[in-house]
Design a protein around this ligand. Structure first.
Ligand code: SF4
Length: 504
């Protein structure tokens, strides 16, 4: 069965308002073995071409393909032509939603697109982006990556003033706020909106005359600017997608920066007081594609360094080091380099399952992890193996991997993890299980190791993770969010201390 076929069974098509089966009344609990990982929630992409006769939507389509890892449940593109916005959205992968027919109405020299991984229970077409607002003074489309921590308050205020909502998404708050403030002019509407919202956001906004990018004051979620030489500009969540659309990376959008890109110029202004940079450290560990560069740090290099640091911090005598595909592999290479342990490919991943597989409970999940990962048995026999993973969330995958490695003949399995223990939820755009389901919450490393059936277990230290993210080119040291590891968040969050985290 092709990936398209497996996904079609679960998702609905363009404009189809039926919910994903997991969200419907009486549905099975919404669990899949993909729940044993943290998930990015969105990717945004925008293009503005100088020639008004050219068509930006195909470039956005290519860009979204390269951001697919940031969200696989819905995608959409909105294009502006003659001050009219056309939008097409659907449930599923970019390649399933868009084809020559669905792309045909999306004509215009500026367009924005979005891929989404929904939070639990919100996997419905109404929440797919970009959101479009057509109002007396014009029309806009907004693509948002992140989570607003004050969305409920802002939504209530907007509803009290007569603004209607069509979705349960916090991102619709942004489009409605900009539309409400539009009479003050674009720049003022953006500033007023952005100063009102709190939380994490990377925005690509399409207006009648411009493409606008904005990044929250802490820079929690990434956003960068690219150039189509002589032809136009690109905004993208990650640099890897700029090249896919034929552009060249120019620079990251700074925390608290707004860029207004028109056919004549690129205007930039800062909308916030200087705040602490707090880029999501998990972007480097797991979410971002390894060929991306975020805020001057190349993701692949950071993963290699994390493995080297793990080797320095917690080496163990072993015959083989292997990585859990995909993001554990560069760290396994780094660990091997640092310790002299031979690196090998011990595990093969079936990449075509995605979130289409649903298990009703933990016990079934534990059995079914084996349809995702397979061991190369000839590599394992009688060996002491170091297994490198990017993170441990519920522990289901690690437990199963230890079991299948031992079944395949490994004499010892030592787990090394290139992120610190995940003990706290994320409030900034990452789908985290409930705190009680985070296996590191409340367990010591010894208890955890026993529960996973491993011979030893060690996590990289917080200091080690920060060291792996130090710039290589002598640039300024960045600041990082470490909230899910330390419980110290860069901004106040509901029910948490919201203390400023350590400088990274
Ligand atoms: S809490 Fe964790 S996942 Fe969320 S933004 Fe911070 S580092 Fe990233």
């Amino acid at each position: 069965m092709t990936p398209a076929e497996t996904t079609k069974k679960q998702h609905t098509g363009i404009g189809d308002p039926r919910n994903n089966p997991r969200g419907g009344p009486g549905a099975l609990p919404e669990l899949s073995y993909e729940d044993d990982a943290l998930h990015e929630e969105c990717g945004v992409f925008g293009v503005l071409l100088k020639d008004p006769e050219k068509n930006a939507a195909p470039l956005v389509y290519y860009g979204l393909f390269s951001l697919q890892h940031r969200g696989q449940e819905s995608a959409g593109i909105a294009a502006m032509r003659d001050k009219n916005i056309e939008v097409r959205k659907g449930m599923g992968l970019v390649g399933e939603i868009f084809n020559p027919e669905t792309l045909a109405p999306l004509r215009g020299s500026a367009a924005v697109g979005h891929v989404r991984y929904s939070t639990r229970g919100s996997s419905v077409i109404e929440n797919a982006q970009p959101f479009v607002s057509r109002f007396k003074l014009g029309s806009i489309a907004v693509a948002h990556n992140g989570t607003l921590t004050n969305a409920d308050v802002v939504r209530e205020l907007l509803e009290d003033s007569g603004v209607g909502f069509t979705s349960s998404s916090d991102s619709e708050v942004i489009v409605n706020l900009i539309a409400k403030n539009y009479k003050k002019g674009l720049e003022r509407a953006l500033t007023d909106t952005i100063q009102f919202i709190k939380g994490s956001y990377a925005l690509a906004v399409l207006t009648e005359d411009a493409l606008v990018g904005a990044r929250d004051p802490n820079g929690i979620r990434p956003l960068c600017l690219g150039k189509l030489e002589g032809e136009g500009w690109i905004l993208s969540s990650e640099s890897c997608a700029i090249e896919a659309a034929g552009g060249k990376f120019v620079r990251d959008i700074e925390p608290g920066e707004v860029v207004i890109i028109s056919r004549e110029q690129v205007l930039s202004f800062s909308f916030s007081e200087k705040t602490r940079r707090a880029v999501c450290s998990f972007e480097y560990v797991y979410f971002a594609r390894p060929d991306s560069v975020i805020d001057g740090i190349d993701v692949y290099g950071a993963r290699i360094r994390a493995g080297e640091i793990l080797g320095r911090e917690s080496a163990v005598a072993a015959d083989l080091v292997i990585g859990v595909p995909d993001s554990g592999i560069p760290a396994a290479i780094g660990y091997g380099r640092a310790t002299g342990t031979p690196f090998g490919m011990g595990i093969v991943k079936n990449k075509y399952i995605g979130r289409t597989f649903i298990s009703p409970d933990q016990a079934v999940r534990e059995r079914t992890v084996s349809i995702k990962h397979f061991v190369i048995q000839s590599e394992m026999k009688g060996k002491r193996v170091v297994l490198i993973d990017d993170s441990i969330v519920r522990g289901t995958t690690s437990r199963r991997l230890v079991a299948i490695l031992k079944e395949a003949g490994a004499k010892e399995v030592h787990i090394r993890v290139c992120s610190p223990p995940v003990r706290f939820p994320c409030y900034f755009g990452i789908d985290t299980p409930h705190r009680r389901d985070l296996i590191s919450n409340g367990s010591s490393a010894g208890e955890l190791c026993a529960s996973l059936g491993a011979d030893s277990l060690a996590f990289i230290s917080v200091e080690g993770l920060l060291e792996s993210l130090e710039p290589r080119n002598g640039g300024p040291r960045g600041g990082y969010c470490l909230g899910c590891f330390t419980g110290e968040y860069p901004i106040p969050v509901p029910g948490e201390a919201g203390r400023p985290g350590p400088e990274g």
